[in-house]
Write a protein that binds this ligand. Structure first.
Ligand SMILES: *[C@@H]1O[C@H](CO)[C@@H](O)[C@H](O)[C@H]1NC(C)=O
Ligand SMILES: *[C@@H]1O[C@H](CO)[C@@H](O)[C@H](O)[C@H]1NC(C)=O
Ligand SMILES: *[C@@H]1O[C@H](CO)[C@@H](O)[C@H](O)[C@H]1NC(C)=O
Length: 255
């Protein structure tokens, strides 16, 4: 038994003509059913001239699900929080039928990487995405700091710049500074249905940090060489007194 809220939340039962090239005379029914934490999307063909060999669900160009079932009906279930977006259901083989479902909702913003590591002097690009519907119309970046959040925009005073589209925003940070640029960056996306955000932690390491492993190897070689040299000296004190050059074992160590 579905409750009242569930009933009211049923966004619509649409009947759309399958167009151009699709199975002649067939129709696709679509339904969007919000049932608490889950939203169920349904597509159904009333009949098909070609035998159905599977179904594919796509959102924002990404395949969500594909099966090889023969049914004239296909369903896709999504978390209600994450449901907003433009979906397509496709009946296979290709051209057997396809239609779009627009599920309206507040934007769901995702950081492509939740944390980013960079070496000072590099260029870093922080990226957030949203495939929500309606699309994001305003992206805003800011950096969290103790003295309040600093909004980052394209400006002549700053090296930062922002490149955005409906589904994606990029914050470019050229010549990353060890102290100034590390921290927590937030991308804020606003659509007609609301605002949401995601955070990205930027860690910056010194360019000398990459040298440390190399230097420790050099140091180890020096220590080993010294030990060998000293032990050789103890074994053959005469040779050293004679001013003989590098002992045999050190020769082989140095190649
Ligand atoms: C499917 O829908 C089309 C368009 O309304 C109609 O012409 C056709 O007869 C229907 N087929 C079946 C099996 O109901
Ligand atoms: C900011 O500058 C970059 C590079 O110059 C440009 O591609 C981008 O469109 C600008 N963004 C805005 C919001 O003006
Ligand atoms: C996100 O941006 C919108 C305007 O685009 C603003 O109203 C909202 O306060 C911002 N949210 C935060 C947490 O800064």
């Amino acid at each position: 038994m579905r409750d009242m809220a569930g009933q009211i939340a049923v966004l619509g039962l649409l009947m759309l003509s399958a167009q151009g090239g699709f199975g002649a005379g067939s129709r696709i029914w679509t339904n969007i059913d919000n049932d608490g934490s889950k939203t169920r999307l349904t597509c159904a063909l009333n009949h098909s001239a070609t035998e159905i060999v599977g179904h594919r669900w796509v959102k924002g160009g990404k395949v969500l699900k594909e099966d090889a079932l023969p049914d004239l009906k296909t369903e896709y279930e999504v978390d209600s929080e994450d449901r907003s977006g433009q979906y397509s259901c496709i009946f296979l083989p290709e051209h057997a039928g396809r239609t779009d479902l627009e599920v309206r909702g507040p934007p769901s913003i995702k950081a492509v990487k939740k944390s980013e590591h960079a070496t000072e002097g590099e260029t870093v690009i922080l990226v957030c995405k949203s495939d929500s519907f309606p699309p994001v119309i305003n992206w805003l970046w800011y950096k969290e700091s103790k003295s309040g959040d600093q909004v980052i925009t394209n400006s002549t005073q700053s090296k930062f710049f922002v490149v955005s589209s409906e589904s994606r925003t990029e914050l470019h940070i050229p010549n990353v500074d060890l102290k100034e640029d590390r921290g927590l960056y937030v991308c804020n996306g606003t659509s007609l249905e609301g605002t949401s955000q995601a955070a990205i932690r930027l860690r910056v390491r010194s360019r000398y940090d990459i040298l440390w492993p190399l230097m420790s190897i050099v140091a180890e070689v020096l220590v080993v060489a010294t030990i060998i040299f000293i032990s050789e000296k103890r074994q053959n004190p005469d040779e050293v007194l004679d001013g003989e050059p590098v002992p045999q074992s050190l020769h082989s160590l140095l190649g």
